[in-house]
Design a protein. Structure first.
Length: 171
C-alpha cells in the first residue's frame, strides 16, 4: 500500500506558473489552419513596432479571404494575399487587443475570419463555409501579436496566430 501511495505522489502532474517561478510565460501559437499551399509569409518582426492597432481584410463576396494586412503603431505591414474584392479596415481603440480569432476554411482557402477583442468587439469577414477553427492564446491575458501562413495569387490558403502576453511594467 505504501508503495502505491509513493507511486501515486510521484505521478501527479506538477504545474508551474509564471507566479511560481518569477518568469513570464511568453508566447504561444495557434494553427496553421487551412490547406497551407502557396507562398509562406510571417509578420514576425513587425510586432516589435508595437501592438496591432488596426487591420485590413480583402474578401470576395462569396466568402474567400483574398488578403490581410495589419497596422502596428500606425505603420501598415505588407499585404499578404491579394488586394481585390471588398475592402474592410478596422482601427482598434486605445489599449484594445485581439484576444481570439474564429474562422472557417474550405478546400484551398480561408473562408471566414472573426476577430474578438478584449473590449468585446467582434469583427466578421467572409462567409461561414467549411471547417471551423477557434484560435486562442494558451495563457490568460495574452493577445494577438502577429500572424503567419500561406497565400497564392487568389487568397489566403492558411493562417496561424502568434500570441504574446502584455509586457509587465513596474509601478
Amino acid at each position: 500500500m505504501m508503495l502505491m501511495l509513493i507511486f501515486f505522489l510521484f505521478t501527479l502532474p506538477v504545474t508551474v506558473t509564471a507566479e511560481d517561478n518569477g518568469q513570464q510565460r511568453g508566447s504561444s501559437f495557434s494553427g496553421e489552419y487551412g490547406s497551407g499551399g502557396g507562398t509562406s509569409f510571417s509578420l514576425s518582426g513587425e510586432h516589435r513596432r508595437g501592438r496591432i492597432t488596426g487591420f485590413r481584410i480583402y474578401e470576395q463576396s462569396s466568402g474567400i479571404i483574398h488578403g490581410i494586412q495589419f497596422q502596428y503603431s500606425h505603420t501598415w505591414s505588407e499585404l499578404h494575399g491579394c488586394k481585390s474584392g471588398l475592402s474592410h479596415e478596422v482601427l482598434l481603440k486605445k489599449n484594445e487587443m485581439i484576444v481570439q480569432v474564429l474562422g472557417k476554411y474550405y478546400s484551398y482557402y480561408i473562408q471566414q475570419l472573426i476577430f474578438i477583442t478584449n473590449y468585446h468587439r467582434l469583427f466578421t469577414f467572409g462567409q461561414p463555409a467549411g471547417n471551423s477553427f477557434n484560435a486562442t492564446p494558451h495563457f490568460r491575458g495574452a493577445f494577438l501579436s502577429y500572424i503567419s501562413g500561406h497565400h497564392n495569387n487568389y487568397g489566403l490558403t492558411g493562417i496561424g496566430f502568434h500570441w504574446d502576453e502584455p509586457k509587465l511594467t513596474k509601478a
